[in-house]
Design a binder for this molecule. Structure first.
Ligand code: FFO
Ligand code: ATP
Length: 221
């Protein structure tokens, strides 16, 4: 595991002490989020690749051993891009366990449509660089499975109440506002902050996940 990694937490403390009593406008929060995304992206790319692989393997193990994974017949997961917590081992294990696996396809209105996949072949690269299902309506996930599904949620950072910072598309915010299944964020230790809210990075549209899987285990919130 080697060298000491920078902690996202330290920077968020610095920001939150800057103006404790000040109520932030929407524009101020948006600006802080943009700045925080830059910091988080820089921090993420500074993590040693071998360390990242080991951390992601530990996160995957905790997900696969969790009761929410065991009890969910369907897995709604992102397909990781370079730098994100790797979901490929989890996807392979879920397919192996005969679970329904669905990947998101971004559509207008900040919405994600979920398509069932049986392999990672035949995906198409979206304009955001994410590999997505091709949109065949025949593969749309049956809505009756949604309520029993486990959703794995990506983030540039999470905090100890389950709030997250994403890339800024708002897709997961919209998704979480109506999803009724279980939600689990995947997060390396370095990307876990104490409180995004006290750093002025949470609005009423930012809904928390129910649990966060880290290399040290699952934080239930
Ligand atoms: N692997 C993976 N898949 C994923 C996500 C993710 O975070 N990780 N997403 C998680 O959401 C969605 C796609 N990600 C997106 C990332 C950025 C923007 C985007 O619009 N970015 C703008 C800035 C935002 C804005 O101005 O509205 C940009 O890049 O300029 C949209 C979607 C769905 N699939
Ligand atoms: N439930 C919602 N309905 C409509 N718009 C929303 C909703 N939630 C968030 N938004 C809008 O989406 C935009 C992006 O939100 P935010 O900056 O929180 O994205 P993010 O959570 O970092 O990104 P993502 O969810 O894609 O990973 C904002 O303009 C926000 O107002």
């Amino acid at each position: 595991m080697g060298r000491k990694s920078p902690q996202v937490v330290e920077w968020f403390h610095f920001v939150s002490n800057a103006d404790e009593e000040h109520r932030l406008t929407q524009e101020e929060v948006a600006m802080r989020k943009r700045e925080a995304r830059e910091r988080c992206l820089a921090l993420r790319s500074s993590l040693d690749p071998a360390y990242r692989i080991a951390a992601d393997r530990d996160i995957s193990c905790h997900v696969l051993e969790s009761s929410s994974f065991a009890s969910s017949p369907a897995l709604l997961t992102y397909l990781s891009m370079p730098g994100e917590v790797d979901t490929r081992a989890i996807i392979a294990a879920a397919l192996e366990a005969a679970k329904v696996v669905a990947l998101p396809r971004c559509v207008p209105g900040r919405r994600m449509e979920w398509h069932v996949v049986t392999s990672l072949d035949g995906l198409v690269r979206s304009r955001f660089g994410v590999e997505e299902p091709d949109g065949d309506p025949a593969t749309l996930l049956d809505s009756s499975l949604m309520g029993q599904a486990l959703a794995l949620v990506p983030g540039l950072a999470f905090d100890r109440s389950g709030h997250r910072l994403g890339y800024g598309g708002g897709y997961y915010d919209v998704f979480l506002s109506s999803f009724e299944g279980a939600t689990l964020g995947l997060c390396r230790t370095e990307q876990l902050a104490d409180s995004l809210a006290s750093a002025g990075l949470v609005t009423r549209l930012d809904l928390p996940v129910e649990a966060v899987a880290t290399p040290a285990g699952i934080l239930r919130l």
